[in-house]
Design a protein. Sequence first.
Length: 92
Amino acid sequence: MKKSSIVIAVSLILSQAAVAAKTYQVTGTVLAITESTITVDKKGEKFEIEKTAATKLTGDLKQGGKVTVYYSMSAAEIETKVDTTTTKKSKK
């Protein structure tokens, strides 16, 4: 009984950690809309953000309109690199 309680508790903690990803927002003018992306211009900086069928939309989304997009970032792949900055000691 104790073991199953621990497993359930750990599962709940891990699922809450996954949900608690940091979110960001950008407010600006809609430059482009496709089936899978929205491009927003914020004072000359362009943000192309993926949208899915699960993306919640409030109001009428149209090119040229002003929007606030709430998004989060997640890594799709992480590739490590060899540290080439280490120096070898010279022999005397």
